[in-house]
Unconditional design. Structure first.
Lengths: 166, 166
DNA sequence: GGCGTTTGCTTTGACGTCAAACGATCTCGC
DNA sequence: GCGAGATCGTTTGACGTCAAAGCAAACGCC
């Protein structure tokens, strides 16, 4: 299962050997890609018993946190930073499972509200606990490789800022 | 386009308000997810003119770096850390575009080699330059938010290490 | 008021990921 | 040498993402 060498270091060596550009940036990009892959797998694994995926969980949590327990689909996409088609897809599945209900927007007949159901609220609370229990896939063995959550957020903040987030 | 607030901070506030667990880990996980999304979009955009995606580029580069310009499909999956079915898919598309050719493994009739073509080598060299030109989607405006590539690699290393990488 | 433009959501299609199931082939142990 | 079990790659199916196109409704300007 475990490789004998660090794939990121290995890639950096190869890039240098071929005189390809932007080696440090490549290493950072590769690290992010791999970390994301690892994380997503662990998170989805923890959510599977609840019939949720990470993206569905995120949407459900967003609605749970909202004042009225309902938001226009466009708003959901904006907050989660995903494409409108993805929102349609996500809400379809949440609705299929009875965790969310589509409602007509009271003032704008173009718009649709996604409203969390009682069942949805109950499930998302339990799912959040499960995610906490695995530390969001970021539980680090303190002796082997302690994970510094703040350092991760700090290191990635410029990337997000450059992308127009906050 | 730009939001007025940091979605990660916003999420952290909500999690605290509801007394949900593992807030720092959640913030780190959300940061990684978002950074990955931003990165992938920029990289794929830069590769589009070459008819490549990031995953296809990674496979092509791996073959280009290999001693014989050819590797068993299983080896490719192992190095890139992706599922065998994904390798099949990726190699299918590379082969369709004439960048790679499948060859029977000389010693093991179960196995198949993916061999990079001259066309593939030429394309991957040009694509690598293009990725360098955008600094792998990690070009930071030095005045606004300089991106520290080393800090990113360092912060994420424990995550990868805990996952069994190196 | 009416018409052109914008906005909100859905649909369709392309691509990526993974898990599970399936042949074909290799390997190991008796 | 032969059969059980492991390994290699593909297929199928579920899910996620995005872009582009299309329809309905709202907005805005004259």
């Amino acid at each position: 299962m475990a490789l004998e060498f660090d794939p990121v270091e290995e890639a950096a060596r190869n890039w240098r050997r071929h005189r390809w550009p932007a080696v440090p940036a490549m290493a950072a990009a590769t690290s992010i890609t791999r970390a994301h892959q690892v994380l997503l797998r662990r998170i989805d694994e923890a959510l599977a018993p609840f019939g949720l995926t990470f993206s569905r969980f995120e949407a459900l949590a967003l609605l749970h946190f909202s004042r009225r327990g309902a938001l226009p689909l466009g708003k959901v996409g904006e907050r989660l930073q995903v494409h409108p088609a993805s929102v349609t897809n996500t809400v379809d599945r949440l609705e299929r499972d009875g965790l969310v209900r589509r409602q007509p927007h009271p003032d704008d007949r173009r718009a649709t509200l996604a409203a969390i159901t009682d069942e949805g609220r109950d499930l998302v609370e339990r799912a959040a606990k499960a995610l906490g229990a695995i530390d969001f896939g970021l539980a680090g063995d303190a002796d082997v490789a302690p994970v510094d959550h703040r350092a991760i957020v700090a290191a990635l903040a410029p990337v997000r800022r450059n992308a127009g987030d906050f």
